[in-house]
Structure formats: structure tokens, C-alpha cells
Design a binder for this molecule. Structure first.
Ligand code: GLC
Length: 458
């Protein structure tokens, strides 16, 4: 090992297992069809993310190969154990539907390179594993027939190719990886009928600066202060362009350099700011742990998940909640129960989420608001001590105020303020929803700022 390589190895070992990925800021698509194709997705509001692959067998998350520096040849042996005996794609689709999800996104291939679909050009696929089956085909069929949007996650990044990280040193490998990327996206775009979402992760030229490589059984990293400065190009525009030719209405996120339909925000901490100009989605895990299966991790409380979902809708974003099924394909009971509870909440309160836009009142200490047509839904996440929420008056008359069951709620409206007497928290303590009927529809993206402390009855 050269002196420099030793330094790299030490850097890698010190920083494992929490590699920082470079932020992606792909341009947004501005073509004539862009507004049209994203509309159903914005209305859908809630989706189920599924991380599942050979890493699930080890039960230590989807980054296990990287984190534990498992040599590629060793890792590939997991294929022989990949027998998803209890996998029922129909059951996944039913679970998603029952949870109130409107679309599903499955990891067709993660950073480890294992494809759940049939790629005749690769030896590392579900078809060539002990499963002997194209699992993406089953999944697509099941999700489609459940009437849900069909999404596939795909990572152009593949840890098996040193060229991904160090194309200057491993140009042949970089070219081979680019060919794999082009070929696999073409396979997915061609053989599975209509796809609704391609959820990329780990694409884009920025990622060349990420810097890490598996070589001779050890992992090395490019020093952070020496980003790649060469000319190699992953040609995202071409690959995504071909994908869009075959799937003209597919929507894609911003983790390649090609024009994207929506932006990804990742993790509970990334809920971020209100934005009704750029379609966006918050993705996060249902458990306190990795995206891929981890034995014995805690499931997040329902309240926390609901706050994220409601917080996203009120900021005009979507919510993509991830489960990591067991290696046999089954979703852990505790996660399945939480999904069911979420679905139960959405059954009762979904009219304030599905097909709504965030606002007009901006998020504040009180909570958030959503609206559709003549209705505004105020999601009170923190009931003021006085029991009355005071919001700045909208430039439209309020004609009626009720809860979601139609019981009236006292209110008053003057030129400055609209005061709502918040009903006592019922079963849904996390979110007391007040429904305002306006004299005219709120058909604008205009928003009204809210003073957090403004909670007095006039
Ligand atoms: C990250 C991780 C990954 C996960 C993804 C989900 O980029 O690399 O494991 O699939 O985020 O957003």
C-alpha cells in the first residue's frame, strides 16, 4: 500500500459508516409537458418507499457492504441465500393501499449493484440469484393492479465499479458503469409497461467528487479537498432523455444532473421551508434506523410520522415513508401495524391531505394549513392556551367553519383577524383539523404569513 493509500484508508475508517453525499441540484424540467405530468403526483401526496435487496439478508442496513468493507466477491455470495419465500408483491401493494399511500417506490437497484430485475448484461440480478425470478416484474404488476402509482428507485452509483469514484484512474471501469446505467435504465423503461416514477439516487457528475473505492479487498477514499476535476461525464441528459422518450409521463427526482420534476428532501430533519413553486418530497424511514432491513430497530411513534406527513403537506410537499422488508419479503409486524394506523388516520382525515396544496397560511407555531377549492384546512398541531387560534384574515369571506365531521366550530372574522375556537382535541390529538369554507375558491399560490405568538381571541 502506498503512503497516500494508507492515509486514504485511515480517512475512510474514521468516517465510516456515515458517508456524506454531495447535494444534488439538478435543473427543474421546463418542457411543455412538465406541469401536466407532475400533477397527479402532487395530488397523491403520500407514497411508500421500499428498500429491499440482498443487503436485507445481513440485516444491518443497505449500506452494510460499504460500512463493513465487504469485498465485492464475498458480498456477491449473498445471491445464493436470496430466497424471498414470503414475498408477495400483492401483499406489499395491499399494505401500501391500506396505509393510504397513492404510489410506491421500490429499490430496483441500490448502490451495491444487485438488480431486482432481469438484466441479461449483469451477473448480479434476482433472476440469477436463488430467487430465480424477476421481482420488479411482480412488483410492477401488483402495484399497478392495486391502482397505485408505480415507482422504481435506481442508483447509477454502483460500489462494484472503481471507475465510479476514480474515473481518472479507472476509465475502463467508468465507461463500463456508464454503459450499465444506460442499459439498465433502458431495460426498466422498455419491459415493464408504464412506469410513473423513476427515483434516482447517486447520479450526477457531482458524485464523482464523493471519493471512495473498493480495491483489492480494501476501501479507499479520495481526499475531500481533492475533488475529481477530469472530464468524464455520466451523460445523465442522454440516459434520462431516452427514458423520457419511452415513458413520456414519467416523473423523476433531482439526483442526477438531468432536468428533474421534483426535488428530494431526505430525513426527518429536512422538512424545511414552505415551497409551492417547486414540487418536492420528504422521504424518511418508518424506523429509527437504516432504510434497508435492520433486525430489532424501533418503529417511530405514529404522532411523529403524522407530524412529518402533515408538516410536508402544509409546506406543499409530498411524503414518502420507507419500510425495509425482511429478507424473506415480509414487512415486520410492528412496521405493518404502524402503516395500518397511518392508513386509519388518512381514512378519517384524508380530505385535508389528498389533492390539497399547502397554505394559504404559512406554517407557524400553531401548525400548518392546506387548501382545495373553497376549503381551507387548518391543522392545529399546537392548541393555543386560550383555546382560540387567531390568524390574519384572508382577503375572502369565511362562510362556514366546521370540523371534518361537519360539527360547527365558533369563529369570528374581521378585517384583520380570523379567530377560531379550537375544538377540544379528540382521538386525533396530534392534529385538530378545522375546515373553513370560503366564499370563493383559493385558486392562487399566494400565501399569508402568520405570527407564531398570535393566539389571542379578539
Ligand atoms: C441516501 C442513501 C440511501 C437511501 C437514500 C434514500 O442517499 O444512500 O441508502 O437509499 O438516501 O433517500
Amino acid at each position: 500500500m502506498t503512503k497516500l493509500a494508507k492515509v486514504f484508508a485511515v480517512v475512510v475508517l474514521l468516517t465510516l459508516p456515515t458517508p456524506q453525499l454531495t447535494a444534488q441540484w439538478a435543473p427543474l424540467a421546463t418542457d411543455a409537458n412538465a406541469q401536466n405530468r407532475i400533477q397527479w403526483w402532487k395530488d397523491a401526496r403520500v407514497g411508500l418507499f421500499i428498500h429491499w435487496g440482498v443487503y436485507s439478508i445481513l440485516g444491518r442496513g443497505e449500506w452494510v457492504q460499504w460500512a463493513e468493507q465487504i469485498p465485492t466477491t464475498e458480498y456477491a455470495k449473498l445471491m445464493a441465500q436470496f430466497r424471498p419465500e414470503h414475498l408477495s408483491a400483492d401483499k406489499w401493494a395491499e399494505t401500501a393501499k391500506d396505509a393510504g399511500m397513492k404510489y410506491v417506490v421500490l429499490t430496483a437497484r441500490h448502490h451495491d449493484g444487485f438488480a431486482l430485475f432481469d438484466d441479461p448484461g449483469s451477473d448480479f440480478t434476482a433472476v440469477k440469484s436463488a430467487a430465480h425470478h424477476d421481482l420488479v416484474a411482480d412488483y410492477v404488476k401488483a402495484v399497478r393492479s392495486a391502482g397505485l402509482g408505480v415507482g422504481l428507485y435506481y442508483s447509477p452509483l454502483d460500489w462494484r465499479f472503481p471507475g465510479f469514484f476514480l474515473p481518472d484512474l479507472y476509465m475502463d471501469s467508468a465507461i463500463a458503469l456508464r454503459e450499465q446505467y444506460r442499459r439498465q435504465i433502458s431495460e426498466l423503461a422498455t419491459h415493464y409497461g408504464k412506469l410513473n416514477i423513476l427515483w434516482f439516487d447517486g447520479g450526477g457528475n457531482e458524485w464523482l467528487g464523493f471519493g471512495g473505492v473498493q480495491f483489492n479487498g480494501r476501501w479507499y477514499a479520495r481526499p475531500a479537498d481533492q475533488p475529481y476535476t477530469g472530464k468524464f461525464d455520466w451523460q445523465d441528459d442522454q440516459v434520462v432523455g431516452q427514458l423520457r422518450e419511452k415513458q413520456p409521463n414519467i416523473v423523476i427526482n433531482d439526483r442526477t444532473d438531468a432536468p428533474a420534476d421534483f426535488r428530494s428532501r431526505e430525513g426527518d430533519g429536512a422538512l424545511g421551508k414552505f415551497d409551492n413553486q417547486t414540487p418536492w418530497e420528504l422521504c424518511t424511514t418508518i424506523v429509527e434506523g437504516a432504510w434497508g432491513y435492520q433486525a430489532g430497530v424501533k418503529v417511530k411513534p405514529l404522532d411523529r410520522i403524522l407530524r412529518l406527513l402533515i408538516g410536508a403537506a402544509g409546506r406543499d410537499g409530498n411524503f414518502l415513508l420507507n419500510v425495509g422488508p425482511r429478507p424473506d419479503g415480509e414487512i415486520d409486524q410492528s412496521q405493518a401495524e404502524r402503516l395500518h394506523e397511518l392508513g386509519d388516520w388518512l381514512k378519517r382525515n384524508g380530505e385535508s391531505i389528498y389533492g390539497t396544496r399547502g397554505g394559504p397560511w404559512l406554517p407557524g407555531e400553531y401548525g400548518v394549513s392546506t387548501h382545495r377549492g373553497n376549503y381551507v384546512y387548518v391543522h392545529v398541531l399546537k392548541i393555543p392556551d386560550s383555546g382560540t387560534l387567531v390568524l390574519p384574515t384572508l382577503p375572502t369571506r369565511v362562510v362556514k367553519v366546521t370540523d371534518l365531521d361537519g360539527n360547527s366550530v365558533s369563529y369570528s372574522q374581521d378585517d384583520k383577524n380570523t379567530a377560531l375556537k379550537v375544538p377540544p382535541a379528540g382521538a386525533d390529538t396530534v392534529d385538530t383539523i378545522i375546515k373553513l369554507e370560503l366564499a370563493e375558491p383559493w385558486n392562487t399560490s399566494a400565501v399569508v404569513p402568520v405570527k407564531s405568538e398570535n393566539t389571542r381571541f379578539p
